[in-house]
Design a protein around this ligand. Structure first.
Ligand SMILES: [Zn+2]
Length: 431
């Protein structure tokens, strides 16, 4: 039994009544376009039920995305659960096509257009929870790839406590993010950088600060003003306008090029600037910043700190297995040698009976993700080093010397706390 779990399996095993399983309800396109179901009656009869089954299956397995790829005469379904890809049903090419077209229709996209990428969304409900399904179609060899990104809109990761910040960590973030100068949230796409940025902003005291966001932020925050730039104004001009109305914390557009980087480091006397910056890790981001700004001394002067977040899967609380680790091994991986117990995904020992199936995680062994953090603080020593235009390795060495938090250390903390496993740490850092 590979996928015989989730809602469907529970309904069969636990429920007395023979009610059919509850399917996802599709509740309309986000762009307001009314899909013409009548005119597309044939497509709807071929694909709507299949689409409902697929999305229901995905949501009951807690998939963050569902993908359909054309593969010759078949369509391959992939579920991304907590950031890890799992193969789903194999559908016929026609079935995959019908689902793709129905999802596009429901999201108010142009179903006749199959040569250019399209993106839209629809509202949905499943097990009484509200979802937003982002629908992305991309032309690929042999047809179109469909991606459905599923967001439970009721789950809010809004406050520092939601992300597991300790009080000490909260204070440190608040301090770095509200000082004159630049504070950067670094990370690869899909690692929750934007969520982290708003969590940092929420952690700042909004009663003693005037907080502004520039341009499209997509999120409404209490006591934060979304400042609408004049059409054609440069970022520089926009920032100057906000300085004039005494904005002292400004969430700026992402730092993705030299112009933006130079603008942020130009006027360091007026406000605390907070921005996202794509990048592998904080030391790499500093090196990139020096190159873009063109003046290591200016970067050293203006930078207040960088934080990075990476996600790691948490062990399923219902089926995780305790074991006694070998002290020498603990020493080798950098964990306290006196740790008595660690946890892992249930391991099936040879000759022993297979453990019961876990209804919570579907035998994945993991349920959900938590962030790990890395913080690069700009101490006097670090400032002096940055002014010499160092490489990433030198920055890392200095950070280590000053005992700054790395994601690897944070991962080991989660292992020691029993929240995740060494196997999962290996998987995350191998990638
Ligand atoms: Zn489990």
């Amino acid at each position: 039994m590979v996928f015989g779990w989730g809602k469907r399996a529970e309904a069969q095993e636990d429920d007395d009544d023979d009610e059919e399983m509850d399917y996802v309800l599709f509740q309309g396109a986000l762009n307001g376009v009314q899909p013409n179901m009548k005119e597309n009656a044939r497509l709807v009869s071929a694909g709507l039920m299949l689409a409902k089954e697929l999305v229901t299956n995905g949501l009951s397995r807690r998939a963050g995305s569902i993908r359909i790829d054309p593969k010759g005469e078949r369509s391959q379904v992939t579920f991304i659960i907590d950031g890890v890809a799992f193969p789903g049903d194999r559908l016929s090419k026609q079935e995959g096509l019908a689902i793709t077209q129905v999802m596009k229709l429901l999201a108010g996209l142009d179903i006749k257009e199959r040569k250019i990428p399209q993106q839209g969304g629809l509202k949905a409900e499943f097990e009484e929870l509200p979802y937003e399904l982002q629908i992305i179609s991309q032309p690929v060899d042999g047809g179109e790839r469909l991606t459905v990104r599923c967001t439970n809109t009721k789950v809010k990761l809004d406050t520092p406590s939601d992300l597991g910040f300790t009080d000490e960590f909260k204070l440190k973030m608040r301090e770095m993010a509200s000082k004159l100068g630049v504070f950067l949230i670094v990370g690869p796409a899909g690692s929750g950088v934007t969520t982290l940025k708003y969590v940092v902003v929420r952690g700042v005291d909004c009663f003693t600060h005037q907080i502004f966001t520039v341009g499209e932020s997509g999120r409404k925050l209490d006591n934060v003003t979304a400042f609408k730039p004049n059409e054609g104004d440069s970022l520089q001009t926009t920032l100057e306008r906000i300085f004039r109305i005494d904005g002292d914390i400004i969430v700026t557009p992402d730092v993705r090029d030299a112009t933006t980087a130079q603008t942020l480091f130009k006027d360091l006397e007026h406000a605390a600037l907070i921005a996202e910056m794509p990048g592998k890790d904080p030391p790499a981001a500093v090196v990139q910043l020096i190159e873009w700004v063109g003046d290591p001394a200016l970067v050293a002067k203006g930078l207040n700190g960088l934080i990075m977040q990476k996600l790691i899967r948490t062990l399923c609380s219902k089926c995780k297995q305790a074991y006694r680790p070998n002290p020498q091994f603990l020493k080798k991986v950098g964990l306290p040698e006196d740790l008595k117990v660690l946890y892992r995904k249930p391991k099936i020992e040879e000759g022993e009976p297979e453990p019961d199936s876990c209804g919570k995680c579907g035998d994945l062994g993991y349920f959900g993700q938590v962030p790990m953090f890395e913080v690069l603080e700009i101490t006097d020593e670090m400032r002096a080093l940055i002014a010499t235009s160092p490489d990433a390795a030198a920055i890392r060495t200095q950070a280590k010397k000053e005992k700054m938090l790395t994601v690897q250390q944070d991962a080991l903390r989660l292992v020691a706390e029993g929240k995740t496993s060494l196997e999962e740490v290996q998987r995350v850092f191998k990638a």
